[in-house]
Design a binder for this molecule. Structure first.
Ligand SMILES: CC(C)(COP(=O)(O)OP(=O)(O)OC[C@H]1O[C@@H](n2cnc3c(N)ncnc32)[C@H](O)[C@@H]1OP(=O)(O)O)[C@@H](O)C(=O)NCCC(=O)NCCS
Length: 165
């Protein structure tokens, strides 16, 4: 079956008025895998912090929208002065494999990640990290294509990857 296509999204920073939309966002089919559920929890926690006014000035929750639809979310935080951390990259669950504009267009997933890295660079970071579950091949591929490389084993389940911006 052909990959779904979606119009190129607009991107903006989430604000307190977006809490309900973020809470309603679903990036996992059914129960999903443990590592997908973990990513969904990061998005959920971002909604909670936004709701409680606890997002740091260094945190960014990026919303990718097509009209009224929220099609993707990225969450970046600060790891250290020069390093941003990509805490979550997620696309709406019906848009797995989606491409922008046409079947040969760029991938929505890659656009969400690239835009998160651009935001990190705009904020002055020169490096970004991400932790990736070892079985999460999609996520590994996505990071690899964005220039990330393996840095170290993080724990039993996750590896740390990084990229220079
Ligand atoms: C992670 C996520 C954003 C990826 O988006 P996606 O639309 O599912 O992924 P894509 O279909 O665009 O695939 C990305 C790449 O992985 C490849 N890929 C897909 N399934 C794969 C598999 N099982 N093994 C290896 N590579 C795979 C794709 O071919 C593509 O690479 P390509 O451009 O070279 O063809 C999306 O699945 C998601 O939101 N998942 C839930 C949240 C999550 O787990 N986020 C990641 C951790 S923060």
């Amino acid at each position: 079956m052909a990959d779904p296509t979606v119009e190129p999204p607009t991107v903006r920073l989430a604000n307190a008025g977006d809490v309900q939309r973020l809470r309603a966002f679903r990036c996992v089919h059914g129960a999903g895998t443990w590592y997908e559920r973990h990513a969904a929890d990061v998005v959920r926690r971002a909604a909670l912090w936004l709701d409680q006014g606890r997002l740091e000035a260094t945190d960014a929750v990026l919303l990718f929208e097509v009209g009224e639809d929220l099609v993707g979310v990225a969450v970046i935080t600060e790891e250290s002065g020069a390093t941003a951390h990509v805490a979550a990259v997620a696309t709406e669950r019906t848009l797995r494999g989606a491409r922008l504009g046409s079947e040969s267009g760029p991938r929505l997933s890659a656009t969400v990640l690239a835009t998160a890295l651009e935001e990190a660079s705009t904020r002055g970071y020169s490096r970004a990290t991400a932790i990736v579950a070892r079985p999460h091949r999609r996520s590994q591929r996505l990071l690899e294509q964005a220039g990330f490389s393996f840095e170290s084993r993080f724990d039993d389940s996750y590896d740390l990857h990084s990229v220079e911006l």
